[in-house]
Design a protein around this ligand. Structure first.
Ligand code: GTP
Length: 603
């Protein structure tokens, strides 16, 4: 195939920036198919979304890459390295990491939907990183597609030229060759010096049970070969390179990765932290003086406790978190001990979706059953003695008498919404204690900016925004500052015992109603038992709401008359499975849902 006539000037490294559902996966598959990367059978499944969870949720989470060879109309064969990026608001960090390996990005916009906020944020990241942004109008086969209006919208809102944007339909295949031609013509070839000491940026690393750590790298200078001795610059550790190659999308060994190329490196690294993302690889025999700049680190925004239901799983859990955090630098964890839930970890996430995905991966890939506590943001607390502490766990909020002021994190949220739903969006923002700072009309769309408490945004804001705008509003947000707020801790007592894992921090204004909703919700969720269960919400010693689960022995088999034993067994089995997700608190059994009930009372 390609290799004999290798030319650095014929390499094009690019990513695709697109809002969810605008057709990134379909377009990727088209590009792969056009360049002959896979057989029809292999194409039957969308290939780039490799993890099960991604496929089920239909979203792209992890950066992956594929190398294609395209013979262009000018007769030259180009090597296209396409690095996939995730599309959800929680994962903009991973986008910047993928972009760090590229010279260009396709901005894919649904020609029937127009620009959305998330595309915007990622697009600005690409522009800041000096990438060539190539607009692509997708879904032109749809009758409601309006490519000219959307091109104008791109110019107005994103601020890049788009009048002659490529138009295509990833679904029917129209315009796909034009997209490839545009990539070749407008995205610059990588620069970089073949003769300089090797510098390769680790875009991603993951743990493979057979190969050890596999890293996806972008070679910025020099050449990496199988058999070379390489050094991980941050740790100073050296390893012999076993295999190098690229994904086609199947892993293909080439024995060599040259300046400008993107591919994998396997070097028998067994320790999980051996090749951190953002790090630089060089060779021991002629090491580079400095590592590459890497990319900006992100801090987790949301924290929650995660506790294995069975304490036997604790070590596995620690190990699994280590493996997951290898290619997810934004996942934070440290041991936490809860009186109610035992030993577990306090984990930090970028947002709620990130949290759900990690929880699902732990349960599915590592087979660990977990109880997750309600997520909370990080507060700054000024104490009466003048000291300032950060609190990411309601349990650690200092005693009321020791608190001078609590500061809550405020985000700036950019929302794009069609005019007809603007009223609904404004109402939602007001309900969430938002303050409007900007509003501008762009054709049919309105761009509004609000300052909102992060605690309100991370809970159910995104879902509410979507449902109030029939899915049309889009959101992007970033941390702005800390601001003094009248926050209180609401505790939950079950039969008089405070359950540390159920505490929440909330605004005083909402504390009464949320406490009420929470105890009512708990009453629904906690199954009746052999005795009455009192549920109370308190602030300090003050009870703000109470509720009781009346005693009753739920006898599910009573419904089966006669002697159908197998049906009876099945029912008992089902009841047992239902119990698996219960946690025994004192003599009360509390289901997992109760620990997340706070999320359901976000009003
Ligand atoms: N009519 C039409 N539908 C398309 C086109 N491209 C994609 N779609 C459809 O749009 C939907 C979303 O496409 P995907 O490719 O999964 O979108 P995505 O942007 O990859 O979504 P994420 O992976 O969630 O980021 C699917 O139902 C596709 O079949 C197109 O050109 N025309």
């Amino acid at each position: 195939m390609p290799d004999k006539a290798f030319k650095q000037s014929n390499i094009r490294n690019f990513s695709i920036i697109a809002h969810i559902d605008h057709g990134k996966s379909t377009l990727s598959d088209r590009l792969i198919a056009h360049c002959g990367g896979l057989t029809d059978r292999e194409m039957a499944e969308q290939v780039l979304d490799s993890m099960d969870i991604e496929r089920e949720r239909g979203i792209t989470i992890k950066a992956q890459s594929v190398t294609l060879h395209y013979t262009a109309r000018d007769g030259e064969t180009y090597q296209l390295n396409f690095i996939d990026t995730p599309g959800h608001v929680d994962f903009s960090y991973e986008v910047s990491r993928s972009l760090a390996g590229c010279e260009g990005a396709l901005l894919v916009v649904d020609a029937a939907q127009g620009v959305e906020a998330q595309t915007l944020a990622n697009c600005y990241t690409a522009i800041e990183m000096d990438l060539e942004v190539v607009p692509v109008l997708n879904k032109i086969d749809l009758p409601q597609a309006d490519p000219m209006a959307v091109a104008q919208e791109i110019e107005d809102i994103v601020g890049i030229e788009a009048v002659d944007a490529v138009q295509c339909s990833a679904k029917t295949g129209i315009g796909i060759e034009e997209v490839l031609e545009r990539i070749v013509q407008t995205i610059p070839a990588p620069d970089g010096d073949v003769d300089a000491p090797v510098q390769a940026l680790i875009i991603d690393s993951w743990f493979d049970n057979y190969q050890g750590v596999v890293s996806l790298v972008r070679v910025k200078n020099g050449t990496l070969r199988a058999g070379d001795k390489m050094k991980v610059m941050s740790t100073g550790q050296s390893y012999q390179i076993d295999k190098v190659g690229f994904f086609s999308p199947k892993p293909t060994e080439t024995g060599i990765l040259r300046t400008g190329e993107v591919g994998f490196v396997i070097a028998g690294i067994k320790e999980i932290q051996g090749a951190p993302v953002g790090d630089t690889l060089t060779l021991t025999k002629q090491p580079a003086e400095k590592p590459l700049p890497g990319f900006q680190k992100v801090k987790p925004q949301v924290y929650a406790g995660m506790f294995p239901i069975s304490s036997d799983d604790y070590e596995n859990f620690r190990d699994a978190l280590g493996k997951l955090s290898l290619n997810d630098a934004s996942l934070f964890y440290e041991p936490e001990n809860s009186a109610a839930l035992g030993f577990g970890f306090r984990c930090g996430f970028l947002g709620m979706l990130h949290m759900e995905i990690i929880q699902e991966r732990l349960e599915r890939e590592y087979d660990i059953d977990l109880i997750t506590t309600a997520p909370t943001v990080v507060y700054e607390v000024e104490k009466t003695d003048g000291s300032l502490v950060k609190v990411d766990n309601p349990v650690n909020l200092p005693a009321v008498n020791d608190i001078e002021t609590i500061y809550e994190p405020i985000v700036e949220a950019n929302i794009l919404v069609p005019q007809e739903f603007l009223g609904n969006v404004i109402n939602l923002c007001v309900e969430k204690r938002g303050v409007q700072t900007k509003m501008a009309y762009h054709g049919k769309q309105v761009a509004v900016t609000y300052e909102l408490p992060m605690a309100e945004v991370v809970m159910d804001f995104f879902d509410r925004l979507k449902s109030t705008s029939r899915g049309y509003a889009s959101l992007d947000y970033q941390f702005k500052r800390f601001q003094a707020a009248d926050m209180v801790r609401v505790d939950i007592l079950i039969n008089g015992d405070r359950v540390d894992a159920l505490a929440m921090i909330t605004h005083r204004e909402h504390s009464q109603s949320r406490g009420r909703l929470l105890v009512d919700k708990m009453r629904e969720l906690i199954p009746r038992q052999m005795f009455d269960i009192a549920i109370q919400a308190t602030i300090g010693n003050h009870v703000i709401a109470r509720s009781t689960v009346k005693q009753l022995r739920k006898n599910v088999t009573a419904k089966c008359y006669g002697g159908d034993v197998s049906r009876k067994k099945k029912l008992l089995q089902r009841q047992k499975e239902g119990k698996k997700r219960m946690k025994q608190l004192g003599n009360v059994e509390v289901p997992q849902e109760a620990f997340l009930a706070v999320l359901k009372v976000g009003k």
